[in-house]
Design a protein around this ligand. Structure first.
Ligand SMILES: C[S@@+](CC[C@H](N)C(=O)[O-])C[C@H]1O[C@@H](n2cnc3c(N)ncnc32)[C@H](O)[C@@H]1O
Length: 372
């Protein structure tokens, strides 16, 4: 189910499949791909992967030129689409034909371009829109960091800081357009799992839920909509909280959320019963993760709970998307990585927490701990 955000009524996120079905779906997809590859010569099957970066770049331009938005009104010829997008007609036609060969967009019977199931998700303003995500992955700053992967392989150093001379967070605050695209990408990625997380854990047992580095408040909004007795605190950098206000209004929870600006390297807000962090420790190395956890622990009363929402990656994990996100963290952040349940346990016990339980939630997991 996908609904347009009309700004008038609180938008609903898609209902999520149960964890077992979601994980079985991912495994089935990987098995089907392996089976399809066996229909091809091995060299050609590999060539398709070698050239896969071009798909990333083509999806980036489709997002940037808002092709899916223009096709939302109906089929367009190449010439019409070029006028609407401001793109060169020949270049756009060739890009679109290549994307169609990848299963994104389609030709209608008279050769005009139309949206299909996948390209529909590239439209702006739909729930979990992938437009910002496609824009971000193919963005110059991200691709330049990835282009330096040989050096990361030699040294183990993260890519982004070496190439750009600053962390991606400093980069986003200095390049607000890119910061907004990244925040939009995180919003849509979190919208895909927020329903599963908010129904996969009993948030209702806690009064005040604080989302540390919660971005626009995507997950917090869904938690508050699902658990009406809870109040929320949203903690993030000031420029991100500015972007959060309209989102919280749109989700109908603005009045139930205190927004607190700050840095988790300095402190965390006091007074919540549950602190949560989704996709945060995966941005940082162990040393800085320990600092973040210590600062949160200092803000917490003994007995308060902490929930880490992360894609767990054990030594031999091959289930998507954990291993891919792990290498993306290596190239695009300042020392981030995906971790195993055991690695999270070690970070938590060093910082005054007792791990309680891990709750699988579709592909992501919730690692729960208590402040001791
Ligand atoms: C990967 S995003 C995750 C956002 C959100 N938790 C989600 O899953 O949708 C990382 C977030 O960390 C925030 N962040 C980065 N450095 C921070 C800092 N020093 N203090 C507080 N937040 C920070 C960013 O602004 C961003 O919103």
């Amino acid at each position: 189910m996908r609904l347009h955000c009309d700004g008038m009524s609180a938008k609903e996120l898609p209902t999520a499949p149960p964890t077992s079905i979601a994980r079985a779906g991912l495994r089935a997809y990987q098995l089907a791909l392996r089976a399809a590859e066996r229909a091809l010569p091995a060299e050609f099957a590999l060539l398709l992967k070698i050239a896969a970066f071009s798909t990333t770049q083509l999806l980036h331009v489709a997002a940037k030129f808002r092709v899916a938005d223009h096709l939302d009104a109906g089929p367009r010829t190449g010439a019409e689409l070029a006028v609407l997008t401001g793109a060169n007609e020949d270049a756009l036609y060739r890009a679109m034909r290549a994307l169609i060969s990848e299963g994104v967009f389609a030709f209608d019977e008279s050769g005009r371009f139309v949206n299909n199931r996948l390209s529909d998700t590239l439209r702006s303003g739909v729930i979990a829109s992938m437009r910002d995500t496609a824009d971000y992955f193919g963005s110059r700053s991200n691709v330049q960091a990835w282009a330096d992967i040989d050096e990361t392989m030699r040294t183990g150093e993260p890519g982004f800081n070496r190439v750009h001379g600053m962390s991606c967070w400093d980069w986003f605050s200095k390049h607000p357009d890119e910061g907004e695209v990244f925040a939009g990408a995180m919003t849509s990625l979190t919208e895909q799992s927020a329903k599963q997380i908010s129904t996969g854990y009993n948030f209702g047992q806690h009064g005040v839920v604080c989302d540390i580095a919660g971005g626009r408040g995507t997950l917090l909004s869904e938690v508050l909509r699902e658990h009406r007795s809870c109040r929320g605190m949203l903690f993030d950098a000031g420029y991100v909280l500015d972007l959060a206000a309209p989102y919280l209004r749109e989700r109908g929870v603005f009045d139930r959320v205190d927004r607190v600006a700050g840095s988790f390297f300095e402190s965390a807000p006091k007074g919540a019963d549950l602190y949560m962090m989704k996709d945060i420790l995966h941005d940082w190395d162990d040393e800085r993760s320990l600092t973040i956890l210590r600062n949160i622990r200092t803000a917490m009363r003994p007995g308060a709970h902490l929930l880490l929402a992360e894609f767990l990656v054990e030594d031999r994990t091959t289930l998507m998307p954990g291993p891919f996100i792990d290498v993306h963290m290596m190239m695009a952040t300042d020392g981030g990585r995906q971790r195993s349940e055991h690695e999270f346990g070690a970070l938590l016990t060093q910082t005054g927490f007792r791990p309680i339980k891990t709750h699988p939630c579709a592909a992501i997991s919730l690692v729960e701990a208590m402040a001791v």
